[in-house]
Design a binder for this molecule. Structure first.
Ligand code: EPU
Length: 415
């Protein structure tokens, strides 16, 4: 998909935020933990969800999707996940934890997803081994089977969203209590814990980022409304801040989950006003440069790093970003240079250095999901018009992006 983006003075009006991609994907996999129907509301209509539903159907799940509500049931799923979509999305690794819980075994290919530098799944596999599963790999498929030699504690070397959720899925129906140490407590992980507990799991938060999982024999169906997508909300907030004449309100959101994003945006002199479940951004004529450290929640999120980099091309001075989660998430840098962006990756310090730049329209390519959104924003900032190729990447994680962007006055058309 190729789009033409024209210089846009500002975005205006109200933007309805969809449900969270990164909470919906594991929530769909959690349906495998019960024979009963699970109802998930506020599921975003994006390509990654389509792919996940296709995979679930391929292993025997039945579902309906209407008005962002998925009703899904897995009466007798296959433990063999052989469809090619597994390699298209990152979140297919949640089928491992979910099927290990339900069938005590899984045969599955390797997950795909955005290329953000190195993205191993060693933490997931170590967690499965600690939970008593034997993992065999042949370079193409993973075969994981329960052997019953479970440890009662497992510890992640680094906070991992996917690893934590997989450990929860795999352990909540195992006998005895498991402690998961150095767990990720991102809002999306907490949303999955809430869902699993509604399904009958016994997961408790303990002090010091420890999760205690008391195994139960059986889980049941329930209804759960997925958390809002804080990355989509943040993306549009950064878009509005990047264009000098913007006045945009995003809703419905929980301000408490966007505090760092709000505070970074405010520190550039952009006006941010919170009213109930809505956040209004009034952009500033000139932006102040900032230094931002990216880390696990509650730090500024890595998923918004590329879009923040674009916005800071407008700040009067030097800005620095250090992404400690995915330091290799830098596919946008080469493309921004084609527009005249003065932005470099300093590998010795693992940081992105950004200087104020006047962008000029050119032809650029979106290499991954967040890079794609960031490049659209850059196109709106650049003089004349910018052609962006590979925009299908944005459809993986943003619902109706072209329609939403047009509705707030962003000048974009598919060509
Ligand atoms: N890591 C390992 N080994 C592992 C797993 C992770 O070394 O087995 C490292 C990663 O390389 C990274 C860190 O641990 O340095 C944390 O990665 P994490 O496991 O938390 O990332 P993830 O589960 O693969 C999810 C989201 C990402 C988001 C990250 C961080 C999904 C499907 N993906 O990835 O979302 O950036 O958490 O919040 O939930 C996106 O939406 O654009 C996206 C990439």
């Amino acid at each position: 998909m190729i789009v033409k983006v024209s210089k846009t003075a500002g975005v205006h009006g109200e933007l309805l935020v969809s449900g969270s991609k990164n909470a919906s994907l594991p929530a769909l996999c959690a349906s495998l933990l019960t024979k009963e129907w699970l109802t998930l509301e506020n599921v975003p209509l994006i390509d990654d969800i389509d792919k996940m539903l296709k995979i679930l159907k391929s292993i025997g799940c039945e579902y309906t999707l209407e008005n962002h509500t998925v009703r899904i049931r897995s009466a007798n799923p296959s433990y063999k996940v052989l469809t090619e979509e597994v390699g298209d999305i990152r979140a297919s690794y949640y089928l491992m934890g979910a099927l290990l819980s339900r069938k005590k075994k899984v045969l599955i290919g390797y997950p795909g997803g955005c290329n953000l530098g190195s993205r191993p799944i060693d933490f997931h596999l170590k967690a499965f081994r600690d939970l008593g599963f034997r993992v065999t790999e042949n370079g193409q498929f993973l075969h994981i089977v329960y052997e019953g030699t479970k440890k009662h504690r497992l510890r992640f070397a680094k906070e991992t969203v996917g690893g934590t959720i997989n450990a929860l899925l795999a352990s909540c129906r195992l006998e005895g209590t498991t402690l998961i140490e150095n767990a990720s407590l991102e809002p999306e992980v907490l949303d999955i814990i809430e869902l699993l507990n509604k399904m009958g799991a016994k997961i408790e938060r303990k002090p010091g980022r420890v999760l205690s999982v008391a195994g139960v024999a059986k889980l049941k169906g329930t209804t759960h409304k997925i958390l809002f997508d804080r990355m989509e909300a943040g993306s549009y907030m950064l878009l509005a801040s990047s264009l000098p004449n913007s006045n945009l309100t995003v809703y419905p959101v929980e301000e408490s989950l966007l505090r760092t994003v709000i505070s970074v945006i405010r520190s550039t002199k952009t006006k941010v006003k919170v009213t109930g479940d809505a956040i209004n951004i009034k952009s500033a004529e000139n932006l102040k440069p900032v230094n931002v450290l990216i880390g696990p929640y509650p730090f500024f999120p890595t998923d918004l790093q590329q879009i923040l980099s674009v916005m800071l091309l407008r700040a009067e001075g030097e800005s620095l970003i250090e992404d400690t989660v995915f330091p290799g998430r830098i596919s946008h840098i080469g493309e921004l240079k084609k527009l005249g962006g003065r932005i470099e990756f300093d590998g010795s310090q693992n940081r992105i250095v950004i200087h104020q730049s006047r962008l000029k329209g050119s032809r650029i390519k979106a290499h991954d999901l967040r890079c794609a959104f960031g490049l659209l924003v850059a196109g709106g900032m650049a003089d004349n018009s910018t052609i962006v190729e590979n925009v299908e990447n944005v459809l993986r994680g943003y619902e109706n992006p072209l329609q939403k962007l047009k509705s707030i006055g962003f000048l974009i058309e598919e060509i």
